[in-house]
Design a protein around this ligand. Structure first.
Ligand code: MRU
Length: 350
């Protein structure tokens, strides 16, 4: 791929600033856990797996900040504050909490062995590298498992950006598309623009075009009629959190696309790594849905388009009920209903 979503070099995390795409390709240097949390909150980096990788690096930076303190109490306080700040940065993508828990568990084990703080920080950085490498490998495996599900010679519709920009690279939904096209399938790719942040228009279209993959962009409101037209063979989307019963939280608008796909008899596939499973959430009602600022809806860029003072409903995500999900494609294989059994079996398999 022609871009790097995130990387660690010269003692800092670098994030591709996705707010500036497609106009400019700039990396932001991050040296502290607080700066990393800000970058996640402000959508410099976004997409559940990429948020997880960034948070892992952010916590490793927090451990390095803690190691500069001489007392164990101060080290603990700084580390815990870093973890809480990162945890609060965005609520829906469970990969964030998953990555923080993974690094915190590692730290607790090392601390119990009385290892020095700078050694612990080095281990946490190595773990962040591992989280990122594993995510890239998972995306490739998701692509390989998902490609056979893609109908030959039909269109594929995707919503939001579940591509290399949303992961350590390659993508989940776009990973399946990349793998299907790579296997020689002839499919036209359609991307919803994805109001209000325009992840489809600004990110998915740009990312696919960077790779020479032709893509047709449509306004979100055109998705139902495109699905009804018979041109689309399947919908493929990513996920921010998948509950134990197979309910899927993803970018707002996914639920509407799922309803329209169901009405048109088009399968909807969800592509996501196991790190996006939240089996502690019994169903979608237990998934926290991020509410974002009103100006994202009342303005396009910096231009006001809605009457001053209007009330705004701006959830960043919605929940697609499991009944509308034809399959969930993971790095360990494809799950189908009944998800309460198949997701648990995949999570426990190795
Ligand atoms: O608000 P965003 O841009 O972080 O939302 C991203 C999505 O909803 C993606 O579809 C999801 O995180 C999966 S990314 C592989």
């Amino acid at each position: 791929m022609s871009f790097e979503t995130l990387c660690y070099r010269d003692g800092a995390l670098y994030l591709l600033d996705q707010r500036k795409l497609p106009g400019a390709q700039e990396m932001m240097r991050i040296e502290t856990a607080a700066a990393c949390a800000d970058a996640i909150r402000e959508m410099v980096v976004r997409g559940a797996p990429a948020i997880g990788c960034a948070a892992a690096y952010g916590l490793a930076l927090g451990a390095r900040e803690a190691a500069r303190e001489s007392s164990a109490a101060a080290q603990e306080a700084i580390f815990l504050r870093a973890r809480e700040t990162l945890h609060a940065s965005r609520p829906t993508a469970v990969n964030l909490a998953w990555a923080l828990e993974r690094l915190s568990t590692l730290r607790a084990g090392l601390a119990a062995q009385q290892r020095p703080a700078d050694e612990i920080a080095a281990h946490l950085l190595a773990e962040a590298h591992a989280v990122t490498a594993e995510d890239l490998a998972a995306c490739k495996a998701i692509g390989a498992h998902g490609a056979p599900l893609v109908p030959e010679g039909k269109g594929i519709l995707t919503h939001c950006n579940a591509g290399g920009l949303a992961t350590a690279g390659y993508g989940t939904a776009l990973g399946v598309i990349r793998a299907a096209l790579g296997a020689g399938k002839k499919c036209d790719v359609y991307a919803d623009e994805t109001r209000p942040w325009l992840q489809g228009a600004r990110l998915t279209a740009w990312e696919l075009m960077q790779d020479g993959i032709p893509v047709t962009l449509l306004p979100d409101v055109a998705a139902p009629s495109l699905l009804a037209s018979g041109k689309i063979g399947c919908v493929i989307v990513g996920a921010d959190r998948i509950a134990a019963n197979g309910d899927v939280a993803n970018k707002v608008g996914t639920y509407g696309v799922a309803l329209a796909a169901h009405a048109a008899g088009v399968p909807l596939f969800v592509a996501a790594p196991i790190s996006t499973f939240d089996l502690r959430a019994a169903d979608g009602r237990a998934i926290p849905i991020e509410q974002r600022a009103a100006h994202e809806v009342t303005h396009v860029g910096s231009v006001r388009t809605a009457a001053e003072g209007v009330s705004v409903f701006n959830p960043a995500f919605d929940v697609t009920p499991a009944a509308l999900v034809s399959a969930i494609i993971t790095e360990r294989g494809v799950a189908r209903a009944p998800y309460a059994e198949t997701l648990r079996a995949l999570a426990q398999s190795r």
